[in-house]
Design a protein around this ligand. Structure first.
Ligand code: THU
Length: 157
């Protein structure tokens, strides 16, 4: 029997100004996207913005539905929109902002497992690391690659 450890690395920033300008712009796009959130059931509003290798930014927000499984998280809304509008263009980074009543939680809002799995797929087909920025009111976390938010990624191939 062998006990093993998995190491996850990320950088914590105390202020948006500490990040590089591209990351700051992506966070601002995610915050704009949050304002388009349709969440009349949970009242938890999430915005996401994906930076593509061609420089485009594609935004998404959570879209709920009376038949709850029919709704979708902000991250997947953004990634699927990017995949549909720019097929084959690698995704460089995704930024996420969330909180109740269009606010921002002090601690960063973290993506659900299904969204992490979708990030993993786009990272794989993009053949480059996709970074993940989780934004809170008091701290911002940046993960350089999807493995740092989803160890043991499922991969059928
Ligand atoms: N939500 C997201 O948009 N992203 C996540 O990663 C977690 C949860 C949404 C789904 C639902 O509309 C609301 O937040 C409450 O779960």
């Amino acid at each position: 029997m062998t006990n093993r450890k998995v190491e996850i690395n990320y950088t914590e920033y105390a202020d948006i100004e500490e990040l590089d300008p591209k990351d700051q712009a992506l966070i601002k796009a995610a915050r704009q996207a949050q304002l388009t959130s349709y969440a009349p059931y949970s009242h938890f509003n999430v915005g996401a913005a994906v930076l593509l290798e061609n420089g485009e930014i594609v935004k998404g927000s959570n879209q709920e539905n009376a038949a709850s499984p029919s709704g979708l998280c902000a991250e997947r809304t953004a990634m699927f929109a990017a995949g549909a509008q720019y097929p084959g263009v690698p995704m460089v980074c995704i930024a996420i902002v969330g909180g109740p009543a269009f606010g921002v939680c002090d601690t960063p809002a973290t993506p659900c497992g299904a969204c992490r799995q979708v990030m993993a797929e786009y990272q794989k087909i993009g053949k480059r690391p996709m970074s993940v920025i989780m934004t809170g009111g008091k701290s911002i976390w940046k993960f350089e690659k999807v493995e740092d938010v989803l160890p043991f990624i499922f991969d059928s191939i």
